[in-house]
Ligand binder design. Structure first.
Ligand SMILES: *Cc1c(COP(=O)(O)O)cnc(C)c1O
Length: 379
């Protein structure tokens, strides 16, 4: 895919913000608790390798990804830290995991049995696994005491697996209502009682759990959204430290005109000027991840918030200015300053989704540009 380096539309990532979010979280962790940076989906769109570098400098001791290819990307970039694949890896690819010392999630006895056959046939050595317990997320993992005991028996007979971790995932750790969290937490404690007590990593916490809950029995957190400065609860809960949104989405005005009243803008002619209006064209559209739902969303042109008018096209969209601006005027589609009314949270609310989704859906066509790369430890 051609990335648009020769176009002014950019995903600008503030490295110091990433560093700050990780370092502040680490300050809150009990002694001996590690932080793995979650860099799946290209680091929630921020660039997995760069985010991993910065997180490591801030004190992260390992990484989580969703798919095996993402783990390989980190190994190829030279990271030697532990990496855990959170999704299910098809057993036929496990040689790759063993070769590159990548830990994978074991979520069922049948997967282990199948994996065991292939590992024994290939004689490739031990596979590192983290056992997933489904305490109420309903996505992956062992659910009952019987299943857990069966797996424990199976693993004690199968030295091709090294049980390095056990974990679960919370469905409602980002809520004021803690009942469901407590139910899952209790189930996890019951599961732990059935497992060997010398497992290296015991972990439950995503960002929300790390920010808002005590984690007993655990020695690792899986830190994702909050590292990027996204509040996992949206606006429901305040974070214990200042989360700094790392990314801004920027572009420039590439065309401008004054229209008389009664002229229409873009496909479907859904917007018609009501008076003389200044209309600017921006080189960003739904192929860049700015979906058509953003029609009407307000973006910053210079220091003025102005609306996107008419339909968002594949590669371009139009905004109604308050008056003329020069070509090349800077536009911030999603900003990261506290006083800007167009951060990812505002964008997410506008289209009825969560802040996580916005940076994830921005396209690879929009180049990633890193600023504030000289990281400084903060007091
Ligand atoms: C994505 C993911 C995380 C990170 O969640 P955040 O809310 O982004 O911190 C942690 N654990 C699992 C299993 C995940 O899939």
């Amino acid at each position: 895919m051609a990335t648009g380096f020769l176009r002014p539309t950019q995903r600008v990532v503030d490295c110091q913000a990433l560093y700050h979010n990780v370092a502040e979280e680490i300050k809150l962790l009990p002694q001996g608790t590690e932080l793995f940076a979650v860099v799946k989906a290209n680091g929630y769109g921020h660039g997995a390798v760069k985010v991993a570098e910065i997180a490591k400098k801030a004190g992260a001791t390992g990484f989580c990804v969703s798919i095996l290819d993402e783990a390989l990307e980190l190994r190829e970039a030279g990271f030697t830290e532990p990496i855990l694949v959170l999704g299910v890896v098809e057993p036929c690819y496990l040689t790759v995991a063993v070769e590159h010392n990548i830990a994978v999630t074991a979520a069922s006895l049948s997967w282990l049995q199948y994996a065991s056959q292939l590992l024994q046939e290939d004689r490739i050595g031990q596979l590192t696994i983290h056992l997933k317990i489904d305490t109420g997320m309903g996505r992956l993992g062992l659910r009952t005491a019987e299943e857990i005991s069966e797996v424990v028996r199976f693993l004690s007979d199968h030295s091709e697996f090294e049980l390095e971790g056990v974990f679960t995932h919370f469905a409602k750790a980002d809520s004021k209502d803690t009942d469901y969290f407590k139910k899952q937490n209790n189930r996890f404690a019951q599961a732990l009682a059935l497992l060997p007590n010398d497992i290296r990593y015991v972990h439950t916490a995503n960002s929300a759990t790390a920010l808002w809950h005590e984690q007993n029995n655990c020695n690792l957190i899986r830190f994702g959204a909050a590292m990027y400065g996204l509040n996992p609860s949206g606006r429901e809960l305040a974070a214990p430290f200042d989360l700094k949104q790392a990314m801004t989405l920027e572009t420039e005005v590439v065309h401008i005109k004054q229209l008389p009243a009664n002229e229409s803008i873009s496909y479907g002619a859904t917007y018609t000027t009501t008076q003389e209006e200044w209309i600017a064209t921006l080189p960003i559209g739904y192929a860049d991840g700015l979906t058509r739902d953003f029609q009407g969303f307000t973006v910053l042109v210079g220091d003025k918030l102005v609306p996107i008018v008419g339909r968002v096209c594949m590669d371009q969209c139009m905004v109604r200015l308050n008056g003329p601006v020069p070509l090349g005027e800077k536009v911030i589609i999603f900003g990261n300053q506290d006083d800007q009314a167009n951060d990812f949270q505002v964008g997410a609310e506008y289209i009825g989704t969560i802040n996580y989704e916005i940076p994830c859906m921005l396209s690879e066509r929009v180049p990633l540009v890193y600023v504030n790369e000289q990281l400084t430890a903060e007091e």
